[in-house]
Ligand binder design. Structure first.
Ligand SMILES: [Zn+2]
Length: 268
């Protein structure tokens, strides 16, 4: 009998994704570091606060497309309120106004989100789902490398300021479990506030260039896992049906097999 285990893209067993909030000017420096190392991130942005000048100045609307090219632009609500304290109609406006502003700029459907202040309620989640939000990140750190059961309650592995950051990275790199996921989040202004850009530089240097890691945005991981979860295996484990458009990869008796979208793939 075949032993069938899903992997990430191209048979990779691990994925690393980064997640940064608020659309602030320090994101430019952070993205330079990510790009230098081939690391991908998702940037959660408030479409009603472009150019806002307060403690942590925000990027202007005209800068967004260029600054975040190659990474994911994602929602963070229009004006950064506590969503669970708003009337449902206000939640709708907060998300749709943000989504519209970002989509106008980026030219793609913006489907991701992180919760402002990390807070939410079940009612907020119901509304977000109805508005086409596919995932939403909390501010909870798990210290683990699992994939989320519910992407609307997507907890991170850790914040970049976590003392365990490099230890967790080493543990992640040493792990040989399929579908390990390391998810790191923060705000890029923290590197200025704490004068510790070296933390992220060192992390990226150590995380980069591993042939067994898929460096992906949040939405790429959501899309891949969703496609994987839709696959159906035949009862005798000799065929896999992948109803989605994109390829899914599986390790069958130790051999990597690509299961193309819309096809039945023979596993023997
Ligand atoms: Zn925020």
């Amino acid at each position: 009998m075949n032993e069938v285990r899903f992997t990430y893209k191209d048979g990779k067993s691990k994925a690393l994704t980064m997640s940064y909030d608020d659309g602030i000017f320090q994101d430019k420096r952070l993205i330079e570091i990510f790009n230098k190392h081939g690391i991908k991130g998702s940037f959660h942005i408030n479409g009603g606060l472009f150019g806002a000048v307060h403690k942590h100045p925000r990027l202007f609307a005209e800068e967004i497309k260029e600054v975040y090219a190659g990474h994911e632009v994602s929602c963070h609500s229009f004006t950064h309120p506590f969503l669970e304290k708003l009337a449902p109609m206000e939640v709708v406006h907060e998300i749709l106004d943000d989504k519209k502003a970002l989509e106008d700029i980026c030219g793609y459907v913006v489907r991701g989100m992180s919760y402002p202040f990390g807070t939410y309620s079940s009612e907020v989640i119901t509304i977000l789902r109805s508005l086409g939000i596919n995932y939403a990140r909390t501010t909870v750190s798990t210290g683990t490398f699992g994939i989320p059961e519910d992407f609307m309650r997507w907890n991170a592995t850790c914040h970049h300021g976590d003392k365990r950051l490099l230890d967790l990275l080493q543990k992640f790199k040493d792990s040989n479990r399929e579908l390990s996921l390391m998810y790191v989040w923060g705000h890029a202004y923290e590197f200025d506030d704490n004068d510790n850009w070296n933390v992220i530089e060192e992390f990226c240097e150590k995380a980069a260039g591993d042939p067994d890691i898929w460096y992906a945005t949040n939405i790429e991981i959501f899309d891949y896992i969703t496609a994987m979860r839709k696959c159906e295996l035949s009862a005798d484990r000799t065929m896999l049906y992948n109803p989605s458009a994109a390829s899914v990869f599986a390790k069958v008796n130790g051999k990597i097999i690509e299961c193309k979208g819309g096809e039945h793939t023979k596993l023997n």
